[in-house]
Design a protein around this ligand. Structure first.
Ligand SMILES: NC(=O)C1=CN([C@@H]2O[C@H](COP(=O)(O)OP(=O)(O)OC[C@H]3O[C@@H](n4cnc5c(N)ncnc54)[C@H](O)[C@@H]3O)[C@@H](O)[C@H]2O)C=CC1
Ligand SMILES: CC(=O)C(=O)O
Ligand SMILES: [Mg+2]
Length: 608
């Protein structure tokens, strides 16, 4: 009996997939129920179509007379926006970069606030040009100036003053269903430090990427800022700062506020996936350990970054013409022993252990602001301790605890130099030149810190000083480098944006109640195997951001499959765990793709 049900739902998945392709091809989508009329609709960016409301809808919804008479098609609205954007580019030519970037952010933000369907369509279609505005690097600048830029609220703000009230506050959010939450406390925004409540632009930007890359319905996303104060004196002294003007809560007081918020989110939307973003080191690991066995959550800086970095590291092994098992013999220097650096090392160690067995002793070197970390280091963080080198091992190559980056690179001759320090320019001319003596025929340099000014080096400097045969990746985008004679130094964007949307989407659609290491590993492996050998030989470790929807569908499907394999998948909507278990690999990709929202005007039907 239930076999027939499975067959029916697989057929349904196939049918839905067909319909979604049709929808993407602009045929008539299904209706959308709206509980308001007239001007209230025009002021609601979820439903607003501006001049795009057809006459019949204007009549039905009480809009007649509230809009200019001519109906403008979606395509015309799209063209008009792009024309405005291009004239803005033209008109701001020659102005300081920051002015131009903020002007671009403003024009996109205004559209976001007015008409979400059009906003997400232009974002999806122009993701390569617009991601650097709504995401890194411009989002960093936006956070730095958020108190001044703030016009309209988006998402929810919970503060230390709301203690005891969060369970009722969560019901103030107007949407019945929430699928994806991105939560920050603003304590470590990119490499810019503590930006307090102004960090809200990060969850907003990450969720824009969720909509664009993973097709999460924008009506079901929720950016949350947990404002527990700030230790940034400049913000505390700024009379126009829009957050709590008090030092950050610490210890028990802090954790009890996070607990209360997590309980409130989980109570209202038990199936929502919660992504922790840009928490300072001391809380990033602690909150991850605290909630990951109870709630469907992950820490993007620790786990998303690790998966993307591991995929890149495996790519560098392939770029050298070696088999993946050679990964265990790679010498990798990681600069930055924070959430991101330690996340990468954790995952890389697990990969080596899988390849070589438990006795694996990878040749990974970890540095923080005080230089090389060895077992001699006093007060080493417990999360960093497993990666501290044996002092005898480093002595044998002329190094000691606290050796400088230049000393380490010179003596180790690493295959890979990977920066997650937040310190701009730390891979200076000397360090990069030392990479010329790397033991790899294709040394890899990853300057992963964000935003651009915090990158450990620029792409141009990397190719200039370390040589033309390097493989290069950076957290924020750089232009490809002209090496002369028609040769181009390829720049990869080594950013967790290649994984977090797929991790979130896959976890959601699997209905898993937690996100396991196996699901994260599957996501990373999927990204690692996405590129062909030919592409890898050309220094391309990650796909172009233009194909982010496709890669996200593949990653999402890999996460669903891993959840099914681990018996964690509880199903989503009408698709139950047994139906998921009976889907083929291709059917799971179809299931994921068919669940991706695509921006198109739906006919609006009013219901009281
Ligand atoms: N590309 C990507 O996808 C991602 C990039 N990041 C970037 O990584 C950076 C670090 O993030 P977290 O690890 O969360 O920060 P964190 O504050 O937890 O860690 C920073 C680490 O850098 C070390 N450090 C500081 N100055 C140093 C120096 N001069 N030399 C060597 N190490 C130094 C600190 O001791 C600390 O261990 C940020 O800039 C962030 O934007 C983070 C997540 C994802
Ligand atoms: C990309 C990112 O998550 C970060 O820089 O924190
Ligand atoms: Mg982050």
């Amino acid at each position: 009996m239930w076999r027939r049900t499975v067959a029916r739902s697989v057929a349904r998945v196939r049918q839905t997939r067909k319909m979604s392709i049709v929808a993407a091809g602009n045929t008539i989508p299904g209706p959308c129920i709206v509980h308001k009329r007239g001007a209230d609709i025009l002021h609601d960016p979820w439903f607003n179509k501006d001049t795009g409301f057809p006459q019949t809808e204007r009549d039905r919804l009480g809009l007649r007379g509230l809009l200019p008479p001519r109906v403008i098609s979606f395509e015309q609205q799209y063209d008009r926006f792009m024309e405005s954007f291009h004239s803005l580019e033209h008109n701001t030519e020659g102005q300081p970069q920051e002015v131009v970037s903020l002007a671009k952010w403003r024009i996109l933000n205004r559209l976001h606030d007015r008409n979400e369907t059009l906003y997400y369509r232009v974002l999806i279609d122009n993701i390569k040009d617009f991601a650097p505005i709504i995401y890194t690097p411009t989002v960093g600048l936006v956070c730095q100036n958020y108190s001044g830029l703030f016009r309209r609220p988006r998402g929810m703000y919970f503060s230390a003053k709301d203690k005891g009230e969060m369970m009722s506050m969560i019901y103030n959010w107007p949407a019945k269903q929430v699928d994806m939450v991105v939560l920050t406390d603003g304590s470590r925004i990119l490499g810019l430090g503590d930006l307090g409540v102004q960090g809200m632009a990060i969850p907003i930007g990450k969720l824009d990427m969720y909509v664009a890359a993973a097709g999460i319905n924008p009506q079901r996303v929720l950016p949350i800022m947990l404002d527990v104060g700030t230790n940034n004196q400049a913000l505390l002294d700024n009379r126009l700062y829009i957050g709590l003007r008090q030092p950050r809560l610490e210890g028990e007081e802090y954790i009890s506020v996070v607990d209360e918020l997590m309980e409130a989110i989980h109570a209202r939307w038990p199936k929502a996936v919660v992504q922790f973003e840009d928490f300072q080191f001391k809380w990033a690991f602690e909150t991850l350990e605290r909630y990951r066995k109870k709630i469907c959550m992950f820490n993007d800086d620790i786990q998303g970054t690790a998966g993307v970095a591991l995929a890149g590291l495996l790519g560098t092994v392939r770029a050298q013409g070696l088999s993946l098992s050679e990964f265990a013999n790679q010498k990798i220097v990681v600069v930055g022993a924070g959430s991101a650096g330690l996340g990468v090392l954790n995952m890389a160690y697990q990969a080596v252990a899988r390849m070589t067995g438990k006795e694996a002793k990878p040749q990974f070197f970890l540095l923080d602001k005080d230089g090389l970390i060895t077992k001699e280091r006093v007060g080493v963080q417990s999360a960093a301790a497993p990666f501290a080198k044996d002092i005898e091992d480093v002595k044998s190559i002329g190094l000691k605890d606290g050796s400088t980056l230049l000393e380490v690179v010179t003596k180790v001759k690493p295959h890979v130099l990977l920066g997650l320090s937040g310190v701009g320019g730390i891979f200076d001319e000397h360090v990069l030149k030392a990479m010329r003596n790397s033991d790899s025929p294709k040394p890899a340099i990853f300057a992963m810190s964000n935003p651009t000014l915090n990158a450990e080096c620029t792409a141009a400097d990397a190719f200039k000083y370390a040589g033309e045969n390097i493989v290069f990746g950076s957290g924020s985008p750089f232009e490809h480098v002209d090496l002369g004679n028609g040769k181009v130094g390829h720049v990869n964007q080594a950013n967790n944006m290649y994984l977090f949307p797929g991790i979130g989407l896959g976890s959601l659609l699997s209905g898993a109640h937690i996100i396991s290491d196996g699901m994260l590993q599957a996501a990373s492996e999927c990204l690692a195997s996405y590129m062909t050998d030919e592409e890898i030989q050309m220094g391309r470790l990650y796909p172009s951001i233009d194909s982010i929807r496709h890669i996200t569908a593949e990653v999402g499907a890999a996460v669903v499959r891993a959840a099914v394999a681990e018996d964690l998948a509880e199903g989503h909507g009408e698709v139950g765990p047994r139906e998921l278990a009976h889907m083929s690999k291709e059917e799971i990709v179809e299931y994921v793709t068919s669940n991706m929202w695509y921006p198109i005007y739906s006919p609006l039907v009013h219901e009281k």
